[in-house]
Design a protein around this ligand. Structure first.
Ligand SMILES: [Mg+2]
Length: 321
């Protein structure tokens, strides 16, 4: 580690919160942590590359927020309580204004979720941010992708497609300010469903967070669980703002946009007997949930309209390569 690297970390990344389970944080070769007895660790890592995962003119505060939020969204999807973060930061140059904006937001966001930054690395190169998040799960309350069963019901939290619309509106400015500001907020500041995921894990065994788009991510559940699903397109929850946008641009819903990802909502699967519990939880946590379909043993993901006609939504979803 160069002196400059130490300077950056000391100046900008001293943690605001100090957790008791962190025995040694930033500054040595490794962090030392003590996981709680009886819990399983859930560990996830995500890289955001400038110009690929966020537009190059995104503010440093929004970048830092989203870098944490997307990793916490993975923890939420497993039913994990977030605890520790590591950060690998690749910077083209040392820009003190950028770094302060990034670090302040990083620290605030980590604190909001009671997470401590316990280590990191800085390198020179094209702007990229890697956040690893570790959380704790009860071994008997883990939500995985490979546990869906025929006849289970499929739900999603929140609304889909808003972030994709936000990305589109960054280059297309002929809609109202309220649609634009809402969707760009959803793009830059997705809310990981951490509390909801933790509560859901009490009776749900199967969930995923929607990062690549509902079509792709529900597909991951079906592949892992060797199942199929029927989904009614008209049940997919859309925000008032995106409906207004579709109305202004011809009236029909652009499913390619809805399924292009970056939502960070949860898609989860539970037996029908828990329907009332799901809606009670949604009410308690003030997170809207919608039943969009059911699991079957067909091995296919099929989409239907209100009349029961099958609709093709192939070739949608975020492609990593
Ligand atoms: Mg995920």
């Amino acid at each position: 580690m160069s002196a400059t690297e130490f300077d950056i970390i000391r100046k900008y990344f001293s943690p605001d919160i100090v957790r008791e389970d962190v025995k040694l944080g930033v500054g040595d070769d490794c962090a030392l942590v003590e996981p709680p007895v009886g819990k399983t660790l859930a560990i996830t890592v995500d890289t955001l590359v400038s110009g690929v995962h966020f537009p190059t003119n995104t503010s440093p505060g929004d970048i830092a927020y989203k870098a944490i939020a997307v990793s916490l969204s993975d923890l939420a999807a497993m039913g994990a309580q977030p605890a520790w973060l590591t950060l690998a930061l690749t910077l083209p140059e040392i820009d003190e204004t950028w770094l302060k904006g990034f670090a302040d937001s990083f620290s605030e966001t980590a604190s909001d979720y009671n997470c401590q930054l316990i280590g990191g690395d800085t390198t020179k190169g094209p702007l990229a941010i890697t956040v690893q998040a570790t959380g704790f799960v009860k071994p008997d309350q883990i939500m995985r992708r490979d546990t869906a069963q025929p006849d289970d019901k499929i739900y999603v939290t929140g609304t889909l497609g808003d972030a994709a619309l936000g990305l589109r509106l960054l280059t297309q400015q002929d809609v109202s300010d309220s649609i634009e500001s809402y969707s760009i907020q959803r793009l830059n500041r997705p809310e990981p469903r951490v509390e909801f995921g933790l509560a859901l894990a009490k009776y749900c065994r199967c969930a995923i967070d929607i990062s690549d788009g509902l079509n792709a991510d529900l597909g991951h559940i079906l592949t892992a669980s060797s199942c199929g699903a029927d989904v009614e397109l008209d049940n997919i929850p859309l925000s008032e703002q995106i409906c207004q946008y579709f109305n202004l641009s011809g009236g029909s819903v652009d499913w390619g946009l809805i399924f292009s990802g970056d939502d960070y909502e949860l898609c989860f699967v539970v037996p029908e007997k828990y329907e009332a519990a799901v809606y009670e939880l949604a009410e308690n946590k003030q997170i809207p949930v919608t039943c969009i379909g059911s699991i079957n043993d067909s091995g296919l993901l099929q989409w239907f309209d209100k009349s029961g006609a099958e609709i093709s939504v192939e070739n949608t979803g975020y492609k990593h390569f």
